[in-house]
Design a protein around this ligand. Sequence first.
Ligand code: MN
Length: 474
Amino acid sequence: MLKTRDYEFWFLVGSQHLYGKEALDAVKGNTVKIIDELNQNGHLPYRIVFKSVVTTAESITQVMKEANYNDDVAGVITWMHTFSPAKNWIRGTKLLQKPLLHLATQFLDYIPWQTIDMDYMNLHQSAHGDREYGFINARLKKNNKVVVGHWKDDLVQGQIAKWMDVAVAYNESFQIKVARFGDNMRNVAVTEGDKIEAQIQFGWTVDYYAVGDLVAQTQDVTDQEIEATLAECENEYEFVMGDNDPEYFIDHVKEQIRIEVALRKFLQGGGYSAFTTNFEDLWGMKQLPGMAVQRLNAEGYGFAGEGDWKTAALDRLLKIMGHNMKTGFMEDYTYHLEPKREEILGAHMLEVDPTLASTKITVQVHPLGIGGREDPARLVFDGLDGDAINITVSDFGDHFKLIMYEVEAKKPVEPAPKLPVARQVWTPKVGFYEGVRKWIENGGGHHTVFSCSVTAEQIDDFAKLVGVKLVNIH
Ligand code: MN
């Protein structure tokens, strides 16, 4: 996947001076054991770094300022091994500009009834400390994550892991740059939006380019570059020529490869990690980008069609959160309204993300009714089954709204031999009728991001971090 920074998370232990140096040293020893195990067992996607056992307002404020300043730090994890008077945390917590996780755990997962005494209680008083510390975070409206349970528990570690991915996506959101080739599709409402507000709220930079800038880049692509990528494609996919003459077929695949190579160079040159195209704006292009887009999606680039920069940026964001697994741009197309098997078929003209593939991916060349260009090559496959989310972002003039439901993803049960695009089927978990009705009532668009790796809880955590309203239809 497209490289992101090698992030780390800082671990702070809340304590106080009342119990003496010996107690603080013992806590430090316990903390090192916890962090070593968390780092070594492979459940966490990023490294935890032990910073310190903090006992004063000054030391807390200082370490939070350092966390803000250090670009490698994606977030801060705090543990209250005991009662840590929370007025000490006010200044530092207010200054912290990065995601915060309160790990409500304790060193042992049992009460040693035979030996427990006041010395033990001083060292192991999380139940007490969690509440004092939690109060101040609530009062400061910090919207921090709270994970409760023993640190060795797989479920606890899984929750930390998912939150880390959200925290990294939050940090990376301010680095997302979208290149738009052409403007939004004419007359379409929901793909529009306020690009300045998107940058203020989400951190996304959205830049316009004329499609001619991309056309110029395609002219510099060499035959060697095309042949090298063609060999890669022959290795990776099955070429299904259909009724096409073999030479015609390969020529059209090569044209997509030319666009792919040009797009990648263009995006790399400008530091872009997401992009849009528009079939109404293809001046000088021989084909609408299809397979080219899909292969860049596989590398982690966000994308949406018809100039929809909001969904392109959201796609990139979820790809970071989900490590570019099973996540991509989607469009609601067609209902299946058979009672008890109600479903939605999602696809797009061409550009369905191959990270969603459950079947062998084929390369096909077919005419495209819109856009008025040559037959584009595209990757065709069936989608996934299992738990997934479907999410969109809409601009309501004075605020953005994320609209989402959890869905049951389904592989299509019937072939569609005359539909030459990749297909994904799903049913909202809340029920088809209620889900669809509420989606429409809330103004959710037809362009979405579909993900089998990102969870609804992660989206909820992200929405709180950026302060954007989330409608979770459930
Ligand atoms: Mn579309």
